[in-house]
Design a protein around this ligand. Structure first.
Ligand code: ATP
Ligand code: MG
Length: 885
């Protein structure tokens, strides 16, 4: 048998489907609604709730699950069998069949479907599990003496995450032959590299609760996992998983990029494997919505990328190049996992961007690292000091594990506790700064004064804006007063929506509420969330609070404005996904009465065209005046209706969804309009970058949008008045004035100008220096193309190393000329490309040779400065610090 991996997936699923298993698609790489896990690590993760459930919807399942195991990262490349990303084949029983069927079917699959050689199969069972041992010996024709009993370490399975099903297991091993571990003992399963574990049959018999207690499950189940890569290794007779048809194309691709630089073979092999494995994991993780970052999933992914980038550099591959391997991953896996195709652009751009960013700090960091190592070695130390490791982390972006790895390659260790201390100190410094800010803003508080007993802060603000309430407690702060009520219509800041403002009134007092926030209180011993109304007395004082009930009144106009912005935020989110692509993920938002702000993952600036499309789409939905559908239901129900949830957010069992039928469905606790028409008008006011692969849009709605248009009109009228023309002619008039101005400047300069050579030398004197190159961007006065060429020759002769752009106006037309010296051409800066980009700014075009090229901008004399600015920006970037040498 020599089945392809694709065929193996199919054979496995078919085998178990024929035995009554429901085929369940892989769940996302990021577990849904399970905050205990960063990534899906096994097939059973999505089925956790079904173990021990009274009435599961189905009791047998088969799946091919995408998994990511960050904990195995250090093994990658050094073993023949580990990957960060892997596909796990699994069959599952939820209170249905148990050990007998699991063992029989596993045996049948390996012996008759993929026809593995019986002589090479070994099996382990837990040392307490006589039942499993007996089943292998009596139900199958496994060779005698092939069942090995092992302890808890190898054959007892704790729950995935910290709670859930667990129990003993039985593993199938493949004998790779004595040569795989010459000194190894026969039958040393789980110990010797001679025996490759490929299928783990887990028998969940217990449930572990949050305190670590194990209770027997009334209905035990089955949970198996077989790595597709390992099965392919065995079936295809490959020396390692990297030679299977799953990874071979990636490995070959990496080798294409590697130079033949002298490097021991085994090191080269490790490096190539790491790159191939890591880029595959990266592509799948980005497709699942993870963006490299400093915490949690983002950190894992950043570390994976940086490890791969560093190995790429060792291999002498050009930088950046990982994104090109990612392209191969997408091509190779796209048919099986269409999400890769769907997220192609995000995968490539994010990978390239991160890689370039890392390359810029890597050189500086490596130098520092080597200096630290040299210092250590000089004084005979074997451990890198924690403070230095922290500096590499903090200033050079070296993940601590990367530093540890590089240190161990030099035979050194790192002072991890010292690093942690430095890290904690920095965090405390940041927190102290934060706390100070809070104290300064809000003032220190007196102790709380309790006025009445019972539950507090029952939120009624979805239905009403005014109600009569009882004060539970209050406290005075230097900023004013804070009050907690038994029930309240005031929304407390959360989920991006700001807290309500309004008034609390009673006999003899009036409080203006300027903000409402949540505070975790431990009233009656149980933690609960309280709505704290912050404000100040307009009349009366704290003593009056005890006298009567209070009327709590939310400012209706501000609240209505906030609701418009919140519903508009949902419309915007859906519009972004529709216009820019489904890679758009919400990264943060602010919903206030006067504006809304939305941060999201996207790898490029939103173009004016896209911006218009987004505004149009949102406003169309507003005009439809669709009723907003607010519901409360179970989390699973909401997910199955397709609600957008935020990664990493935890939800209780019951969730609230906000639906705009046919357009948007989100989990959200905020306050919303009754119909989209209430929003009135939606206008984007700003677009900007807020980090790697992250953009921000700001927008206004309702009266805010009206105010914006009125302000814009006012400005237009003012311009018309200054220029003495009606509104409609403002642009033409400005163009004419600018042109006139440009011509006048030119004349003035021409009168003072000298010979061509002199002008070039003056420009050279003002050349910018970057990284040993010089570049010149200047406007000169010449009256013929020949003279412009002569200027170009002179410039190129005197630049030594660098590039330049010259512009001149001749007969009312703009001409550009660009030059580049041979060494910068070799690193990719070409005069013809340069001149084309510069001329394009003035609406023209150009071309020529890599070392010298000409372009024309037509009559757009007024754009000459913008065109030169563009030239300057390009040269700064391409020749600048951090650019490729
Ligand atoms: P190992 O000891 O080899 O790391 P494991 O005990 O961690 O394996 P399980 O957690 O039992 O493996 O996972 C079930 C199956 O998934 C394994 O039998 C193997 O086929 C596969 N598998 C586990 N980890 C990896 C990995 N990092 N890369 C590829 N396949 C894996
Ligand atoms: Mg493992």
């Amino acid at each position: 048998m020599h089945e392809s991996a694709h065929e193996l997936r199919r054979l496995f699923v078919e085998f178990f489907r024929a035995r009554g298993h429901r085929e369940v698609p892989s769940s996302p790489l990021i577990p849904v609604g399970d905050a205990t896990l960063l990534f899906t690590t096994a097939g059973m993760v999505q089925f956790k709730p079904l173990y021990g459930a009274a009435n599961p919807e189905f009791t047998r399942a088969v799946s091919v699950q995408k998994c990511l195991r960050a904990t195995d990262i250090d093994q990658i490349g050094h073993t023949i069998r580990h990957h960060t990303f892997l596909e796990m084949l699994g069959n599952f029983s939820f209170g249905d069949y148990f050990k007998t069927e699991a063992i029989n079917w596993a045996w049948e699959f390996v012996r008759t479907v993929v026809q593995l050689d019986r002589d090479r199969i070994w099996v382990s069972v837990h040392d307490s599990d006589d039942e499993a041992a007996r089943l292998w010996e009596t139900e199958t024709d496994l060779l005698p003496g092939r069942v090995v009993r092992l302890g808890d370490k190898d054959n007892f399975w704790g729950p995935a995450g910290s709670t859930g099903a667990c129990g003993p297991s039985s593993e199938l091993y493949w004998d790779l032959g004595a040569a795989a571990d010459p000194g190894g003992r026969e039958g040393a399963l789980g110990e010797s590299d001679r025996y490759l574990e490929f299928w783990n049959l887990v028998f969940p018999q217990f449930n572990q609760d949050a305190d670590g207690r194990r209770m027997p499950l009334a209905r035990p189940g089955i949970d198996t996992g077989m790595g597709l890569e390992r099965l392919a290794l065995i079936v295809q007779g490959a020396p390692s998983t990297y030679e299977t048809d799953l990874l071979r194309p990636l490995v070959d691709d990496v080798l294409e990029f590697a130079s033949l630089a002298a490097m021991p073979d085994d090191e080269r092999r490790v490096a190539v494997r790491i790159v191939a494995d890591h880029v595959r994991a990266l592509a799948f993780a980005i497709a699942a919505g993870v963006v490299p970052g400093n915490e949690g999933r983002g950190y894992v992914i950043r570390r994976v990328l940086r490890r791969a980038a560093r190995r790429g550099r060792e291999l002498g591959a050009p930088s950046p190049f990982l994104y090109r391997i990612a392209e191969t991953v997408i091509r190779h896996y796209g048919a099986t996992y269409p999400e890769l195709e769907g997220m192609k652009e995000a995968i490539l751009r994010i990978t390239q961007f991160e890689e370039e960013r890392f390359a810029r700090t890597l050189d500086a960091g490596m130098e520092r690292f080597q200096a630290i190592v040299a210092e250590c070695q000089a004084c005979g130390a074997t451990e890198l000091p924690g403070a230095d490791v922290f500096q590499l982390h903090d200033a050079y972006g070296f993940p601590v594990d990367l530093t540890a790895e590089m240190a161990s390659e030099q035979g050194l260790t790192i002072d991890r506790p010292g690093f942690e201390t430095a890290m904690t100190e920095q965090r405390q410094r940041a927190r102290r700064a934060h706390r100070f800010h809070e104290v300064a803003a809000e003032g220190a508080g007196e102790p709380w004064v309790e006025l009445s007993d019972g539950p507090d802060s029952e939120f009624r603000g979805y239905e009403t804006l005014t109600l009569e309430a009882t004060v539970r407690r209050y406290r005075e702060t230097t900023a004013g007063i804070e009050v907690v009520l038994d029930e309240t219509p005031f929304y407390a800041e959360s989920g991006g929506q700001v807290g309500d403002q309004g008034a609390l009134e009673g006999e003899g007092f009036q409080i203006q509420v300027t903000d409402t926030v949540t505070a975790v209180s431990d009233h009656d011993g149980a933690p609960a969330k309280s709505h704290v109304h912050r404000g100040r007395f307009l009349s009366g004082g704290p003593a009056d609070l005890a006298r009567s009930r209070v009327v709590a009144r939310v400012d209706p106009e501000l609240r209505a404005a906030t609701m418009r912005n919140h519903t508009a935020t949902h419309l915007l989110h859906a519009a972004l996904r529709s216009v820019l692509g489904t890679h758009v993920q919400q990264a943060g938002s602010l919903v206030a009465p006067h504006r809304l702000r939305f941060d999201f993952t996207h790898f490029a600036a939103v173009t004016p065209g896209e911006r218009t499309a987004i505004e149009e789409l949102v406003n169309r939905e507003i005009l439809k005046n669709t009723p907003v559908d607010v519901r409360t239901q179970s989390y699973d129900e909401a997910r199955s209706r397709g609600a957008i949830a935020l990664f990493g957010e935890k939800y209780g069992r019951e969730v609230r969804t906000i639906g705009i039928p046919g357009f948007s469905l989100e989990l959200c606790g905020g306050t919303h309009c009754r119909g989209t028409g209430d929003i009135g008008l939606f206008k984007i006011v700003a677009e900007s970058a807020v980090g790697a692969g992250m953009r921000r849009l700001e927008a206004v709605t309702g009266l805010g949008a009206l105010a914006l248009t009125m302000e814009l009109e006012g400005r237009l009228d003012e311009l018309g008045q200054i220029l003495g023309v009606p509104r409609g002619q403002v642009a033409d008039r400005i163009r004419a004035v600018l042109k006139e101005n440009a011509e006048l400047k030119l004349k003035a300069k021409g009168a003072a100008g000298g010979g061509v050579e002199k002008q070039v030398e003056e420009a050279l004197a003002r050349a910018e220096n970057t990284d040993g190159h010089r570049f010149v961007v200047a406007r000169i006065e010449v009256d013929s193309v020949d003279l412009l060429r002569r200027a170009g020759d002179h410039l190129r002769d005197h630049l030594r190393s660098g590039a330049g752009v010259l512009a001149a106006v001749m007969g009312g037309k703009v001409s550009f000329l660009a030059v580049a010296t041979d060494d910068v051409i070799a690193s990719g800066v070409r005069a013809d490309e340069l001149v084309r980009e510069v001329a394009a700014v003035a609406g023209g075009s150009g071309g020529g040779k890599p070392h010298q090229a000409m372009g024309s901008g037509g009559k757009a004399v007024e754009l000459i400065d913008s065109a030169l600015d563009r030239g300057r920006a390009i040269l700064r970037e391409r020749l600048g610090v951090g650019a490729k040498p």
